[in-house]
Design a protein around this ligand. Sequence first.
Ligand code: FAD
Length: 477
Amino acid sequence: MTEIKTQVLVIGAGPGGYSAAFRCADLGLETTIVERYSTLGGVCLNVGCIPSKALLHVAKVVEEAKHIEKAGIFYEEPKIDIKKIAEYKSGVVKKLTGGLDAMAKMRKVNHVQGYATFLDEHSVEVALTNSDEKTKITFEYCIIAAGSQSSKMSFIPHEDPRIWDSTDALEVKEIPKKLLILGGGIIGLEMGTVYSTLGSQVDVAIRGEQLMTGTDADIIKLYTKANSNRFNIMSKTQTQSIIPKNEGVYVEFKGENAPKEGILYDAVLVALGRSANGNKLGLENTNVEVNEQGLIKVDNQLRTKVNHIFAIGDIIGQPMLAHKAVHEGHVAAEVIAGHKVFFEPKQIPSIAYTFPEIAWAGMTETEAKKAGINYEVSTFPWSASGRALASDVSNTGMTKLIFDKDTHQLIGGALVGENAGELLGEISLALEMDCDAEDIALTIHAHPTLHESIGMAAEIFDGTITDLPNAKAVKRK
Ligand SMILES: Cc1cc2nc3c(=O)[nH]c(=O)nc-3n(C[C@H](O)[C@H](O)[C@H](O)COP(=O)(O)OP(=O)(O)OC[C@H]3O[C@@H](n4cnc5c(N)ncnc54)[C@H](O)[C@@H]3O)c2cc1C
C-alpha cells in the first residue's frame, strides 16, 4: 500500500470540500482532497444545484414562449429533443467542474480519486477508484465533507428503473406520461416543474397539507394557486404500496384525501429528503461523534469531538445547502490556519427555483411567532408593481418583510414570484447588516424594478408608502 502524508486532508469534493481545500491551500497549508468521483464539485455541481437549474432554464423558456400569446406573439408547439436537453445540461456541468479541476491544480491541491475510510484519528485508507490498490493517507488535520444522499425507504422497490431519485430524474432519459412525485420538498417540485413543462402529467403526494413544509403559509398559498394546473397535489396522502408491473408502477395510497383506487405511473420520483453519509466512513475507529442518522456533531468552529478533525456541509445537518457548506468550509480552513473565527451566520437563505420562485431568509413568520417576538409583517403585493405588471408576473408575486416591532430591525423576509431568488440577495445583506426598516425604506431603489418591492415593503412598516394606501397615515378630520 502506498502512503501519502499531508497537512490537511479533505474528504469529499462537494461545495464544502473543495471550498475548504482551496481556502486551506490559499492559507499556505499543504492540502490533499479525496473524492471517489473523477470530477470535483460533489452533488451540487454534478447531480444537484447546477444540472437542475440548467433544466429549469430550458423549461422557463418554453413557458415564456407560451405566455407571450397574451401579448399577441404566437409560437408553434415546441419540438422537444431530450437528448439535446441532456447535452445542454451536461455541457453546463462540464464547464464548471473543469474550472474546479484547473483551480485545484493552480493551488497545488492534490486530488486522490478513491473512497476514504478512517483507520484511526490520524489516517485513512483510500480504496482507489480506478484500480484494486489502496493508499494510506496520514494527516495532521482532517475536514470531513462527505455530504449526503437521497433517502431510501424499505417499502420502495428502488431497484426498479422506473423508481427514480433526483439523480435519475436529472438524466432526462425519457419524459414519462404520468409521473408521481413522493414528497413536496424543493428538489421534488423543481424536477416536477421541469417534467410537467416537458409534457408529463405530474401527481405530487404529500403527507401534510402544505408543500415545502416550514415555509410561511401565505407564500405557499400563492405558489400553490399558480401551480394548480401544473400539479395534481394530493395532500394528506401517504403511499401504501408500490408494485412494479409490466405496464407501469402501480401505487396505492392511504390517508384523508388519498385516491381510493391505485394509480399506474410510468415513473415515480422519490424525493423524501436526504440522509447524511456519516455512518459510511469508518468513524467508529475514531472518537468523532456520529448519530444514527449519519450526522456528525460539531461546535461553532466546525470541530468534532476530536480536536484536529472538522466536519462541514450536509454531513453536519440542516439546512442541506451548498452555500452553507461553502461558508463552513472557509471557517474550518481558517480555524486550522490559526484564525479566531466562528460559524455564526445571522441568516442562511433558501430558494426554491420553481415557477414562480420562492425565496426566504432569516426568520419565517411562523418562527417569529413561535419565538414570542413582538413582530410586524409588511407585505407588498406585486399587483401594485409596474415592473411586475409589465412582465406579466403581477398575479403570482409578493414581497414580505418581518420586522421586530420594538427595535424596527428586519428579522426575516420572503418572496414569491419571478426571480425571487435573485431579489433575496438584498434581504440577506440587510439581515447580515442588522438593517432596520428605515435603512431599507430610505435606500433609493431603481424604478421600475421588482427589487423596489423590498423598499416599498419597508416603507409600509415605516409608514411612508405612497404606492399603496398608507395604513399609518395621519388621519385628517
Ligand atoms: C437535485 C438537487 C438539487 C439541489 N439544488 C440545490 C440548490 O439549488 N442550492 C443549494 O444550495 N443546494 C442544492 N442542493 C443541495 C446541495 O447539492 C448540497 O447541499 C451540497 O452539495 C452539499 O455539499 P457538501 O460539500 O456537503 O457535500 P456533497 O456535495 O454531497 O459532496 C460530498 C462528496 O463527498 C464524496 N464522498 C462521500 N464519501 C466519500 C468518501 N468516503 N471518500 C471519498 N469521497 C467521498 C461524494 O462522492 C461527494 O462528491 C441540491 C441537491 C440536489 C440533490
